[in-house]
Design a protein around this ligand. Structure first.
Ligand SMILES: NC(=O)c1ccc[n+]([C@@H]2O[C@H](COP(=O)([O-])OP(=O)(O)OC[C@H]3O[C@@H](n4cnc5c(N)ncnc54)[C@H](OP(=O)(O)O)[C@@H]3O)[C@@H](O)[C@H]2O)c1
Length: 293
C-alpha cells in the first residue's frame, strides 16, 4: 500500500483557495490539516519557531501557504498588516522548512506585474508592482527565493473566484439582484481562474515533484466586464453590464491594465493545460447556484 501523503494548509479553513486545496488534496487521498489565524498567530515575533513547531508536530510532506492579505484596496491603508501576511509569513515559513523535508507551496499574484506588456506574462518577465498588495506579494516571493530551498513551488495565479468567500463574480451577482444596470471596468485584462481548478492543478504539480516558479490560471483572457457578462448571461439575469474605464470607476488603487499569465512552465512540468475560463466559470455557477440565482 502506498504511504499516505500529509498536507498542512495554512488558510485552509475559511480561505477561498485554502478550502479548495483541502478538498482537492483529500480527493487524491492526502491527509489534510487546515490551520488559520486562530491556530497560529501570523503576527508573532517568533513566527518561524511557531511554524516549525507545527511542522514537527504534524509531520506534513507538503505545506501549502494559502493565507495572505488579499484585500487589494485596504492594503493601501494597511501596508504593515499586508506586509506581515504577504512577506513576513512566507519568509518565516521558508525559514522553518529550510532544515526540514517538507515541500513549501506558496501562492502569489499577477499583480506583481505593472501591466504594460501586451502579451501574456511568463515566469521570466520582471515584476514591477504598482500597488501595496502587489509589492508585498513580490517581496514574499523574493524572501522564499533567497532561502535556496530544495523543494518549493511559488505559484502565481489571478482573478480567483470560488466557494466560501465573496469574490468578484459573487459580488457582481449580488449587485445584479438589486440593480438593473451596473458599470464594470473593461480596460483591465486578466486571467479569470476557478479556485477549484487551481487547487487541482497545484496537487498535480506537487505530486510530480515540480520545483520553482509557476503560473497557473485558466486558459484565455477577459476584461472584468466580459467576466461579469458571462456570469450574468449564464444565469439569465436581467441586468445590463455597462463597460466603463478604470478611470471612470475611480478606484483608489492602481491595478495592472494587462496581467494575463502564461502557464507554459506549469504545462511543461505536468503535461496539463488548464481549461478555458468560460468553461470553468460555468461549472462554478452551476454548482454554486443549482436552482438559478
Ligand atoms: N483572490 C484572488 O483573486 C487572488 C489572485 C491572485 C493571487 N491570490 C493569492 O492566492 C492566495 C489565496 O487567496 P484567497 O483568494 O483564497 O484569499 P482569502 O479567501 O482572502 O483567504 C486568505 C486567508 O488568509 C487569512 N487572512 C487574511 N488576512 C488575515 C489577517 N489579517 N489575519 C489572519 N488571517 C488573515 C484569511 O483568514 P480568514 O478567512 O480568517 O480571514 C484566509 O484564511 C493568496 O496568497 C492570494 O494573494 C489570490
Amino acid at each position: 500500500m502506498a504511504a499516505i501523503s500529509k498536507a498542512l494548509v495554512l488558510g485552509g479553513k475559511r480561505g477561498m483557495l485554502g478550502a479548495a486545496l483541502a478538498k482537492a488534496l483529500q480527493a487524491k487521498g492526502w491527509e489534510v490539516t487546515a490551520l488559520d489565524g486562530s491556530d497560529i498567530d501570523y503576527f508573532s515575533s517568533n513566527l518561524s519557531d511557531v511554524l516549525a513547531e507545527a511542522v514537527d508536530r504534524l509531520a506534513p510532506n507538503c505545506v501549502f501557504n494559502a493565507a495572505g492579505y488579499t484585500d487589494v484596496e485596504k492594503a493601501e491603508q494597511e501596508p504593515e498588516e499586508a506586509a506581515a501576511l504577504n512577506r513576513s509569513l512566507p519568509a518565516a515559513l521558508g525559514r522553518a522548512l529550510r532544515e526540514r523535508p517538507a515541500r513549501l507551496v506558496h501562492y502569489s499574484t499577477d499583480f506583481v506585474f505593472d501591466g504594460r506588456k501586451k502579451t501574456p506574462y511568463t515566469i521570466d518577465d520582471l515584476p514591477n508592482p504598482i500597488s501595496v498588495y502587489g509589492r508585498t506579494k513580490y517581496e514574499g516571493e523574493q524572501a522564499i527565493l533567497s532561502l535556496g530551498l530544495a523543494r518549493f513551488c511559488i505559484i502565481r495565479t489571478a482573478w480567483l473566484y470560488g466557494f466560501g468567500k465573496k469574490n468578484f463574480v459573487s459580488k457582481i451577482l449580488d449587485i445584479c439582484r438589486e440593480k438593473k444596470n451596473i458599470a464594470v471596468v473593461y480596460d483591465q485584462i486578466g486571467s479569470p481562474t476557478y479556485a477549484a481548478d487551481l487547487a487541482k492543478h497545484s496537487v498535480e504539480l506537487v505530486e510530480l515533484g515540480g520545483n520553482g516558479l509557476f503560473h497557473i490560471v485558466n486558459s484565455g483572457q477577459a476584461n472584468w466586464s466580459e467576466l461579469a457578462s458571462e456570469a450574468v448571461n449564464y444565469l439569465q439575469m436581467e441586468c445590463q453590464i455597462t463597460p466603463v474605464t478604470a478611470q471612470e470607476f475611480a478606484s483608489k488603487v492602481q491595478r495592472p491594465a494587462y496581467s494575463v499569465l502564461d502557464c507554459t512552465s506549469f504545462t511543461q512540468s505536468t503535461s496539463v493545460t488548464p481549461r478555458p475560463w468560460p468553461q470553468a466559470l460555468r461549472e462554478y455557477l452551476m454548482l454554486e447556484f443549482p436552482d438559478g440565482f
